[in-house]
Structure formats: C-alpha cells, structure tokens
Design a protein around this ligand. Structure first.
Ligand SMILES: CC(C)(COP(=O)(O)OP(=O)(O)OC[C@H]1O[C@@H](n2cnc3c(N)ncnc32)[C@H](O)[C@@H]1OP(=O)(O)O)[C@@H](O)C(=O)NCCC(=O)NCCS
Length: 139
C-alpha cells in the first residue's frame, strides 16, 4: 500500500496510525484485489470528531484506486461494500469529505448518490484545506 499510495513521511505515519485504530476496532479497512494484487482501498470510520459527520453515520475516508486500475468500477464496489457493512452496523448515513478541486472523486460520489451538505476544513500534514462535506442516506 505504501508503495503505490506514495510513501511520504506524512502518509507513512498516517497509515501506521490507521492500522493501530483498525486493531482497536475503531475502523475497518477494505482492500480490493485483482489477480492477487492490491488495487484499491477505503476505510470505514466509526467515530468522527465533527458531530455533523458522525451523527447516525459512518465516515468514509482514504478511498484510493491504483492509477492503472481506474474506471473499472473498483471504487464503486469498495463504496458499496462499505455501505453494506454500515447498514449491518445500524448506520443511517455515510459521510465523507472531499476537496472541491478533486473532480474525479466528486463525480464518483455524486454518481453514487452523495450530496454536499456543508463546507468545512480538513488538516493534512499540518496544513488546512477547504473541503466539501457529503452525505448519503442508507435506505
Ligand atoms: C476517485 C477514484 C477513487 C475513483 O476510482 P475508480 O475505481 O476509477 O472509480 P469507478 O471506476 O468506480 O467509477 C465509478 C463512476 O464514478 C465516476 N468517475 C470515476 N472517476 C471519474 C473521473 N476521473 N472523471 C469523471 N467521472 C468519474 C464515473 O461516473 C464512473 O462510472 P463510469 O466509469 O461508468 O463512467 C480514483 O480516481 C482515485 O483513486 N483517485 C485518487 C484518490 C482520491 O482522490 N480519492 C478520493 C479522496 S476523497
């Protein structure tokens, strides 16, 4: 995962922390494989500090599909799998944050039924970024 997601010090530290939280049961990490190669990943987060993002919800983060495997429906499959698990856990919505300039991700989320409900900021590598907060009700 570090090899193809880009092993910057900030990402390496974040991934180590994410796997520790996985072991604590605070999140699930889904991984898509194709011919034994890891081609995509997404995380289900059971707690989020922002109550608008966590109320009756699970939070989706760290979605990424290997650049050589995009537009094959892998992100859609990962998100549908996360949604199914969220329903089993009793969540009523899935929430996420995305940068406004990330047009591929925005197109994907809107195609899958997510809508923007507020703007906010997120912190990565000690810098703050404006983000859109999206939600999707789970029927
Ligand atoms: C965004 C990302 C996860 C999409 O993954 P993917 O596996 O290529 O997406 P899918 O094949 O499941 O796409 C499903 C639908 O989403 C939309 N979509 C996905 N990528 C798109 C793009 N680049 N441009 C326009 N629409 C896009 C399309 O409607 C697509 O259906 P179609 O291919 O039948 O037209 C991938 O581009 C990625 O890893 N980007 C870098 C990481 C990132 O930005 N993650 C999101 C952080 S919030």
């Amino acid at each position: 995962m570090l090899e193809w997601r880009g092993a910057t010090p900030a990402l390496r530290a974040a991934l180590v922390q994410e796997f520790a939280l996985l072991e604590d049961g605070k999140r699930l990490i889904f991984v898509a494989f194709e011919a034994a190669q890891m081609v995509g990943t997404v995380q289900l987060v059971r707690e989020h500090a922002d109550s608008d993002l966590s109320k009756d919800a699970v939070y989706l983060q760290a979605l990424e599909v290997h650049a050589a495997h995009r537009r094959q429906g892998i992100a859609r499959l990962l998100i549908e799998t996360l949604e199914n698990q969220s329903r089993l856990e009793g969540a009523r919505r899935v929430t996420l944050m995305v940068e406004p300039a990330n047009t591929p991700a925005l197109a994907l989320y809107q195609r899958l039924g997510f809508t923007v409900f507020k703007t906010s900021t997120d912190t990565w590598d000690d810098k703050q970024y404006p983000v859109l907060c999206l939600e999707k009700p789970l029927t």
